[in-house]
Ligand binder design. Structure first.
Ligand code: NAD
Length: 250
């Protein structure tokens, strides 16, 4: 309890999956959370869940690819809570289509939602972190940002870009006591993977790739996000943390 007491966090893509698990855990640990998503109704349901647990939250409709939306989200966070200490760039999309079947439009969509979003979030949040005397940015990449996965070239490229943008941010803003780290989930059961997980052969294949004998849960990722967001990791910046059941160790 209270590992994030007194802190204000923005978490994107928090209507379900990992972002929701982050939001619930952050609120439980004392953070005031600004949770955002394209899915407006679902984000308000998460706000209610947090309030029922005694936490404080606001939920906002937010397209992370839109600069205008980022300005509104950051303004709303400051208006409501007066500061921003933590930014979790979690929203993302997967587009697992073989490379030769991709189009420029699809490539650009993946890059905009997965990468430009993080550039924008950091651009508008960092000035408030500087004002607050520091902060922690946690960017959600993927094991696809560490190794060349098959059948998802644009997604892999986007998650590699998230990893390196995080490192550049860490180096540039360390002098302001702002840390930036990336998390690299393995195969995690969320709405993003729900259809894939219905295919028993696919599940067996995922399990064969993963030394620990189970798939990941959103809560497994949330524990890592919490650690990197909290002051417990105050000397850790610019690192990548795989949370993948050992996938990347092979
Ligand atoms: P999810 O689909 O359950 O959650 C992603 C959320 O982002 C959704 O609620 C969706 O509405 C939201 N979103 C999508 N586009 C958006 C936009 N333009 N603006 C605002 N919100 C938007 O997926 P998840 O599995 O919880 O994924 C969370 C993050 O983890 C993503 O960045 C994903 O790429 C990454 N990831 C997932 C896995 C996995 O196995 N599930 C593995 C590695 C990395």
């Amino acid at each position: 309890m209270d590992r994030l007491k007194g802190k204000v966090a923005i978490i994107t893509g928090a209507a379900g999956g990992m972002g929701k698990a982050d939001a619930l855990l952050f609120a439980k640990e004392g953070a005031k959370v600004v949770i955002t998503d394209l899915q407006e109704e679902k984000i308000q349901e998460v706000v209610k869940e947090i309030e029922t647990l005694g936490g404080e939250a606001i939920g906002l409709k937010h397209n992370v690819a839109s600069e205008e939306d980022w300005v509104s989200v950051v303004d709303a966070a400051i208006a409501k809570f007066g500061q921003i200490n933590i930014l979790v760039n979690n929203a993302g999309i997967s587009d697992a289509v073989p490379f030769l079947d991709q189009t420029v439009e699809r490539w650009e969509r993946t890059m905009t939602v997965n990468v430009t979003s993080i550039f924008l979030g950091q651009k508008y949040v960092i000035p408030h972190m500087i004002e607050a005397g520091g902060g922690s940015i946690v960017n959600i990449s993927s094991i696809a940002g560490l190794t060349g996965g098959s059948g998802a070239g644009p997604y892999t490229a986007s998650k590699g870009a998230v990893r390196m943008l995080t490192k550049a941010t860490a180096v540039d803003y360390a002098k302001h006591n702002i840390r930036a780290n990336s998390i690299h989930p393995g195969y995690i059961e969320t709405p993003m993977t729900v259809d894939l997980m219905k295919d028993e052969q696919m599940v067996q294949w995922f399990l064969m790739q993963t030394p620990l004998p189970r798939l990941g849960k959103p809560e497994d990722i949330a524990q890592g996000v919490l650690f990197l967001a909290s002051d417990e990791s105050s000397y850790i910046t610019g690192v990548e943390l795989p949370i993948d059941g050992g996938y990347y160790a092979k």
